[in-house]
Design a protein. Structure first.
Length: 154
């Protein structure tokens, strides 16, 4: 009986009639079919998180640069103008939309502070199938003391 059974198995192997579920290729294909969607979702979620982190860092950097420019300006009007120019030039290099800046310089005396507040949107519409919102609004605020040695105009 054993010889007949072993001949039958050998014949099936030679003819390529081994059961599909027992072959190593089928098992690997099944594992790929089960794991690939999960790995792809994790990778795309990581890309979305990196995009938001980059936009957040860019907004923080642009707001800091605007506050620095305003703190070193010689007067109030120049402070606001310089801050907005610096903010626009820095934020242009980051993946944000509708970036806005608000600068408050107060009385602009030697003991004063400059407050720069900004907001911007990050577009995540491409990742809607990950159940993420289509866009996120980011906000940043920096408060710096005015430079006491800045140049004053007469």
């Amino acid at each position: 009986m054993r010889t007949w059974l072993s001949r039958r198995r050998r014949l099936r192997r030679e003819l390529g009639l081994t059961p599909v579920l027992r072959s190593g290729r089928a098992q690997a294909l099944l594992e790929l079919a089960l794991c690939a969607p999960v790995v792809i979702l994790l990778a795309l979620g990581t890309v979305a998180a990196v995009q938001v982190a980059g936009a957040r860092a860019g907004l923080e950097a642009a707001t800091q640069a605007a506050a620095d420019a305003a703190a070193r300006a010689p007067d109030q009007a120049t402070a606001v103008t310089l801050a907005k120019e610096r903010f626009s030039s820095v934020v242009a290099g980051y993946p944000v939309r509708s970036a806005t800046l608000s600068v408050s310089v107060g009385a602009f005396d030697r003991a004063g502070h400059v407050t720069a507040s900004s907001s911007a949107r990050v577009d995540l519409g491409w990742a809607a199938f990950l159940l993420l919102p289509a866009e996120l609004t980011l906000r940043s605020q920096v408060v710096l003391p005015l430079e006491p040695w800045r140049t004053h105009r007469p």
